[in-house]
Design a protein around this ligand. Sequence first.
Ligand code: ADP
Length: 424
Amino acid sequence: GVREQQHRPHVHIEARLSQNSTMRADSIKQALLSYLDSNVASLESETTLEGWQSVPLLRQHLDLVRVGECAVPSSIVSLQYAQPQIYVYQPAPADSMEEFSANNGEEGEEEVVAASVLELPSRTLEGVWQSLIYGDDIKLRLLNYIATTLRFSDANVDLNIVAWNRVVLLHGPPGTGKTTLCRALAQKLAIRLSERYTHGKLVEINSHSLFSKWFSESGKLVQRLFSMVTEMVEDEDGFVVILIDEVESLTASRSASMGGSEPSDALRVVNALLTQLDKLKHRKNVLVMTTSNISEAIDNAFIDRADIKAFVGLPPPQAVYWILQSCLTELMRVGMIQQLELVDWRTAASLRSEAALGRTEQSPNKLSSLKLWELSCLCEGTSGRTLRRLPILAHARYLSSSAGPQTSCEAWIDAMRTATIDSQ
Ligand code: ADP
């Protein structure tokens, strides 16, 4: 009955309008819904949907349909049990970015870029969420947090009673995708909110550049920066995500202020920033995301403000496998590696025990998959950033002279293995 209908979990679907389409999101949404209704029995979460191109209206106006997450245990979602929730969006062109810089006013002084502003959703952030791979459910947890925040905002919950600050802190070793995850989350948010807000902005504050230099100037910079942010936030049709990278530099400047030479200035800057952030928590249309490479040493005043503190760790072997597999698949797409179907990590891992028993058939795709799994185990403890660089390293060192236009996958994996061992 109707009651049951309402309690079906949502399966989130993001439909991207093509750049020059002027079609109303609503009509597209209806058309896509009715397409799903009559043609699709189940969806696979975190995949690209195909088939909708058979509807002329959709083919003309959409260029991508992505199936996102769903609160059901399996990745195949039956539409009998889940309800499609469609978000139609149109990303801003890739170049819609502004920089907020501050010159210290003195001649010949180098310019400090204190922040950059990116319009959301942005074409530059398309596909980034999917490219991040973790061994745990951190992505889902972040999405759930966002959904919760929105519900509380919508319900007008009194912040004096149920408190939250709209601050998320991601911490962990460098190169684990924290900054990228923040950007990708901002993009998701903008897509999911496109019905409530006409536009979104991502303001990235580089706290390192803000605090490392000229404390006395930084104070004014923070003021100017936040008066810009406040202006943005006052436009209630827009959504603003603020990303503060490397918040540990806040701590550094505070402790510097304890023993250092310019105590009052540094402290004033940090306090100014914290005060400004506090003012923002009463705004519905703001989210503050912060990252830190060190967990212990973040300013307590800051930790207290974060509603969510999530640890982002180094990828476990299965995530390493996914990351390297995505690199190899990309190189196959552009024709640098011979086409080959790599199996998923689970199958690859089981091939290892088969190999130990001497039972592997020597098909090239299984052999390559097995090699890739062994490389993935070898790479445990390597950051995602280093992993994504591995193909270039391997090519520059071991393949550039010998390789023809299409090297075999196996040769690539061998080269990546050698490059890994070299760097360890
Ligand atoms: P951090 O902020 O933690 O230092 P970044 O966000 O700067 O890390 O990550 C750098 C790059 O490393 C990302 O753009 C991404 O390509 C890659 N990367 C890091 N972690 C992962 C991961 N878990 N999965 C996929 N790619 C990753």
